[in-house]
Design a protein around this ligand. Structure first.
Ligand code: HEM
Length: 178
């Protein structure tokens, strides 16, 4: 996992809970913590940090990852405004993930392994995103989607119709504007 994701984690923890908590999480997770945005670090370290955050705040791991995704979007949109101002609402931005955003991310962060989403629209106008990754970060994706909806001042409901964490072979997220 690229260091930028760890940097975002540190920034949102420091902003919402204070620097001391981040230091505490590094200790609990038994990780070094010297993450540079372009560096690559073991996926196990993000899992250990998120697990430590869940334990320290008495919340679940999915809640932490969702919160991280949601809270990271204001920072990602400040760092990479072009991806966001190219659209005026959530669904077109999600439609640009496979063809624009994540391919650009792979150029900006050599070695990045970004997910591909199988997209389909429902008759009711919802968007379904099929997701399969060894990292199993569907809850992070869920939070990114909520954060992006908030960026466009839209309400959204994200449902996990299938989930690797529930024993399914892949995840299927349904995104409905509310
Ligand atoms: C709502 C929009 C987005 C969704 C749903 C999304 C989803 C994800 C997910 C689930 C991952 C974890 C990797 C995996 O599953 O294997 C990921 C990785 C990543 N995404 Fe996105 N993403 C979004 C927007 C963005 C934007 C705007 C950026 C801007 C730079 C970005 C940059 C990255 C980076 C750097 C990684 C790490 C890749 C790596 O460490 O190898 N994403 N994304």
């Amino acid at each position: 996992m690229k260091g930028i994701i760890f940097n975002l984690f540190e920034e949102v923890v420091a902003e919402h809970c204070g620097e001391d908590l981040w230091d505490d999480l590094l200790q609990r997770a038994q990780v070094g913590g010297a993450y540079t945005s372009l560096g690559s670090y073991p996926d196990a370290e993000i899992a250990a940090l998120a697990t430590a955050a869940a334990a320290s705040r008495a919340v679940t791991l999915p809640q932490v990852l969702r919160w991280l995704g949601r809270s990271a979007i204001p920072r990602l949109s400040a760092r990479y405004p072009a991806f966001f101002v190219a659209h005026t609402s959530l669904l077109p931005l999600l439609g640009s993930l496979n063809g624009v955003i994540h391919p650009e991310v792979r150029k900006l962060y050599p070695g990045a392994v970004c997910p591909h989403f199988d997209m389909s629209a429902t008759a009711e106008g919802a968007l379904r995103l099929g997701y399969r990754s060894a990292r199993r970060l569907c809850h992070l994706a869920h939070g990114f989607i909520e954060g992006t909806a908030a960026y466009y001042s839209q309400g959204v409901e994200v449902r996990h119709l299938r989930c690797m964490h529930a024993g399914d072979a892949d995840c299927l997220l349904e995104v409905c504007l509310t």
